[in-house]
Design a protein around this ligand. Structure first.
Ligand code: NAD
Length: 504
């Protein structure tokens, strides 16, 4: 069983006791797992009971909790930066950006909650003109949010904001691979949020397995495609609806007609931010041989400008999260030829920003999501070949296309399928909160960010309120049936085609 590393962040803080569901002071760490018992059963039952009291439903309550998340982000900012640095030497700039993106989720929810929560009235057929028809925005109930390690604050708190905004009780389970941040969340967040309706569970796969033995009303998972399948199988046992935010290989097409230096800067930033451990990083570049020759010097220049001659000494370049990930990514360097970088230092979990040229599609680096600072370039004949290359692989989280010709960018957009798309840049679509974010196919399903998060955690409850009188009007649907009744019934229920003349 994983034990969270001791950190100097906090010593004497409240968290939810997993057995009783009550708040009490106790040392931090994953719950003890014993055979036969489920350490999370009482917690889930207690949250369910609270949810049934309706405590989480009023807008004011939701706003208080959202404000509390905002205070956590503001007041614990230094601790968050420190924890993320300890976990993966994440540069403060990158952690601050993650905080800003998370704060935006809080602010957008607070700014719009009143409007989002309102019943949405819908059009009615003639038969229902006297009735009231609307969509009620109901919470699901008790929600489980499971996070990945790479952006451990945002990947937990952004869904949490959506779940709370939608009026749910929530258990969050941060990744055990970012232990300092997980510990910070476990120790500090319960001091801000209502422990009747919210809890943090820490630990690894066996804790998730135990958690999933309980019945949740919604599961929101961020992580690998492989584990996503495990989560979906567990959810299927209880028919629990879920969102899967998964990974994959995001392709990046660079056209022959392009500002190569600008493209290289943008690709290099998105690829090497967080040492390549970004789900929407461009996984590989597709371009012609001629473009590869022009792009490589520009990538070299971008890397040198960003991280200096020795990226290992740069305070702005992160590290692989652990030994396993270091070894996995290092093994991928044996594909194609190393055009830039390629240095590694196991003691420091360092892999240099690396560009591999002339990579073949059958080589190891093209068989799995890279999730590290390694950028392969695969050469293709032209844009059509690039599109065909993308289309015969699992659908990715994002597709990127660089070209001076907007027609080319649109052609790639129109002819491929992915969770998101960005023309002439990479990863920036994620930072626009008004866009839905999520995958398709093997990169997952369901969308979130901003209003999309609220909708994800909301049961859109179709509601019709009829009047109990005027029974004569209803007799046309009751047996004994006849043709006149059918004609009347059909005409009052019918939805006509717009602009279609019924006389003709
Ligand atoms: P992971 O799948 O290994 O772990 C994610 C979570 O699942 C963790 O909390 C972990 O405790 C739990 N888990 C791991 N193995 C489990 C098992 N066998 N049974 C039950 N639970 C288990 O992912 P990771 O290594 O933390 O993150 C990297 C992956 O996540 C990459 O594939 C990346 O693309 C993806 N990711 C996707 C997004 C997105 O928004 N789509 C964002 C970040 C990361």
């Amino acid at each position: 069983m994983e034990q969270l590393q001791a950190t100097p962040l906090s010593t004497d803080l409240l968290s939810t006791d997993l057995q009783s569901g009550a708040s009490q002071k106790r040392p931090k760490g994953p719950a003890a797992l014993t055979q036969g018992s489920n350490p999370y059963a009482n917690l889930v039952t207690s949250l369910k009971a609270t949810w049934l009291t309706g405590k989480t439903r009023p807008m004011e309550y939701r706003k208080e909790q959202l404000e509390a998340i905002g205070r956590f982000l503001d007041e614990k900012k230094e601790d968050i930066l420190h924890a993320q640095y300890q976990d993966m030497r994440k540069p403060h700039f990158e952690s601050e950006l993650e905080n800003v993106a998370t704060r935006n989720e809080v602010n957008v929810a607070l700014n719009n909650l009143c409007c989002w929560m309102k019943d949405e009235y819908v059009e009615k057929t003639p038969a229902m003109q006297l009735d009231c028809a609307f969509i009620r925005k109901d919470p699901f109930g008790v929600v489980l949010v499971i996070g990945a390690y790479n952006y451990p604050i945002n990947l937990i708190l952004a869904p949490l904001v959506g779940a709370i905004a939608a009026g749910n009780c929530v258990i969050i389970k941060p990744s055990e691979h970012s232990p300092c941040t997980a510990r910070l969340l476990a120790e500090c967040l319960p001091c801000y949020l209502d422990s009747d309706t919210f809890a943090v569970v820490t630990g690894g796969p066996e804790h998730v397995t135990k958690l999933l033995e309980n019945q949740f009303d919604y599961i929101f998972f961020t992580g690998s495609t492989h584990v996503g399948k495990i989560i979906m199988s567990a959810a299927a046992k209880n028919l629990t609806p879920l969102t899967l935010e998964l990974g994959g290989k995001c392709p990046c097409y660079v056209d022959d007609c392009c500002d190569f230096q600008n493209a290289a800067n943008r690709i290099a930033w998105a690829k090497f931010v967080n040492a390549g451990q970004t789900c929407i990083a461009p996984d590989y570049v597709l371009c012609t041989v001629e473009t590869q020759e022009k792009l490589i010097p520009c990538l070299r220049q971008a890397i040198r400008e960003f991280y200096g001659c020795i990226p290992q000494d740069s305070p702005d370049f992160g590290r692989m999260v652990n030994d396993n990930e270091f070894r996995r990514v290092k093994a991928l360097l044996n594909s194609g030829r190393v055009a830039i970088g390629g240095e590694t230092d196991e003691c420091d979990l360092y892999i240099a920003p690396t560009v591999l040229a002339d990579v073949q599609e059958w080589e190891p680096v093209m068989q799995e999501e890279i999730f590290g600072p390694v950028l392969p370039i695969v050469t293709v004949a032209d844009m059509d070949a690039a599109i065909a290359f993308i289309d015969c692989r699992p659908r990715p989280l994002a597709v990127y296309a660089f070209s001076c010709k907007s027609k080319v960018v649109h052609q790639v957009l129109d002819c491929t399928s992915s969770g998101g798309f960005c023309g002439n840049d990479c990863a920036m679509q994620l930072l626009l909160i008004t866009l839905p974010y999520g995958g398709i196919g093997c990169s997952g399903f369901g969308k979130y960010h901003g209003k999309f998060s609220f909708d994800t955690f909301t049961n859109h409850r179709g509601t019709l309120l009829r009047c109990i009188g005027l029974e004569k009007l209803n007799t046309i649907r009751y047996p004994p049936y006849n043709d006149t009744k059918l004609a009347l019934m059909s005409s009052t229920l019918e939805v006509r085609r717009k602009g279609f003349c019924a006389i003709l």
